[in-house]
Structure formats: structure tokens, C-alpha cells
Design a protein around this ligand. Sequence first.
Ligand SMILES: Nc1ncnc2c1ncn2[C@@H]1O[C@H](COP(=O)(O)OP(=O)(O)OP(=O)(O)O)[C@@H](O)[C@H]1O
Ligand SMILES: [Mg+2]
Length: 245
Amino acid sequence: MSVKKKSKPRTKKTSKKIFVNVRDVSKSYQMGEVEVQALRNVSLSFKAGEIVSIVGPSGSGKTTLLNVIGALDYVDSGSISINGRKLSSMKDKELSYLRRDTIGYVFQNFNLLEEINAEKNIEMPLILANLEKIERKKRVEELLVSVDLIERKSHNPDQLSGGEQQRVAIARALANNPKLLLADEPTGNLDSKTGKKVLKLLIDLSKIQNKTLIYVTHAEDSAILADRQIHMSDSKIVKDFSTSK
Ligand SMILES: Nc1ncnc2c1ncn2[C@@H]1O[C@H](COP(=O)(O)OP(=O)(O)OP(=O)(O)O)[C@@H](O)[C@H]1O
Ligand SMILES: [Mg+2]
């Protein structure tokens, strides 16, 4: 008689794992003779699946923070770890795999390739990840459905509205199923109604797919859609609190 192995009882996890850890990070830019401090001893962490907004005055360091977390720029001192691995210990090739597979980026100006259509823009990261053509087509269809753009798939960016372009950019960011999404003012070039819709879509998709989402915004009514809000001022974190629901 075969004895069935007892499966472990499932317990609901109450504390989520830290996914991004920023430790005492400073960064400055040299402008001729002048040194501009963009981040000053910033420490904070983000849990897996957290939805976080960052607000603060222009020049307070929001983009710089997102760029160093996203391995698009280097820190001067301190360290950043993603999923337990320090970025400073990774070789260039590992960093490029990290950017391709673990992080999805959404930018204010969409950053789509102008000369190819929506479908091909979304397919691009899948080509870079060496996915077979048949798999790519399947994945692109799924992504187009998730951002409700099947009917616009043959349109080039200049034949799409701003909101549609950002939805293409969101689908592209999600293509390789990254665990972390970084969005720098994703609604900054959209009117407030469209912006809100696009942001809600980004948040909903992140929640459904259990992604960590960190987005920068200038609008208070956009910031409160996150579970946690971070305020920056003068290169530092000045407030960090949960949104009361
Ligand atoms: N490439 C750069 N060279 C020199 N200085 C820079 C560079 N990038 C940013 N800075 C400076 O670093 C500081 C922080 O810039 P950052 O772009 O992070 O601000 P921000 O909070 O994103 O502002 P905004 O809301 O206007 O986008 C600013 O004083 C800025 O002038
Ligand atoms: Mg910025």
C-alpha cells in the first residue's frame, strides 16, 4: 500500500519578504565646479508585492532614486540589493539580465519606438529574451488583452492617443514578467482623467500579478492610490507612511 505523503498545512504569510533594499545611499552629480547632491544617505526597503508612490518637489531626487534602484545609474556610496543580491557585486552582463528579466520600466514620455507598431513594441523585450516566435505571438496577444489594446495593435505610436501609448509601454514593461515595476511620472504627459485610468490599470495589473510597483507622481490624488506613500525633499526621505484605506 502506498502511503501518501502528508502535505504541509498551508499557513497564510503575514510578513512579506523584502525585495528591494536601499542602504545609506548617496549620489551626487558634478556640474563643472559644482557638486549637486541628488540623494543623501537614503535608506528604505520595499517588500515583494508592495505598491508605493513617491512624491516631492522638482529636484528632490525622485528620478535619481528610481534610476539607482533600477540599475540605470550607479550610487556613490551605500548599497542597493534586489532579491537579496547587491547590485554593486553584479557584473555588467548580470546587470543587463536583471534589467531585462526582473525590472520593468515605464517612463513619462512612453519611450516607444516610433517606426514600429504597438504589437512590435511589446514584442521587443521578448526578442531580447530569445523567446521563440510562436511563444512571442502568444505572449503579445495576452499582453494586448491585459491593456485592452487588441484593436490598436497595428497602430504606430503616432497613430495612438497618449493614454494608449502609455498602455503599450505598460504592456512592454510587463512582457518578460518582471517582479519589479518602476514608473517615473507615468501619467505626467496625460490629462488627469486619462492619467488616473492608466495609473489604475498599472496598479491593478501589479496587484493581480503580485509585482512590486514603485511610481513617482506629482498628483496627490494619484499618490494616495498606492498602499504606501513616500515623500522626498532635498535629496532625502522626509515621510514614509501607509495609505489609510
Ligand atoms: N545627469 C545629471 N547631471 C547633473 N545633475 C543632475 C542630473 N540628474 C539630476 N541632477 C540633479 O540632481 C537633483 C535631483 O534630480 P532628480 O531628477 O532626481 O529630481 P526629481 O525629484 O526627479 O525632479 P522632477 O520632479 O523635476 O523630475 C536635481 O538637483 C538635478 O538638477
Ligand atoms: Mg524626475
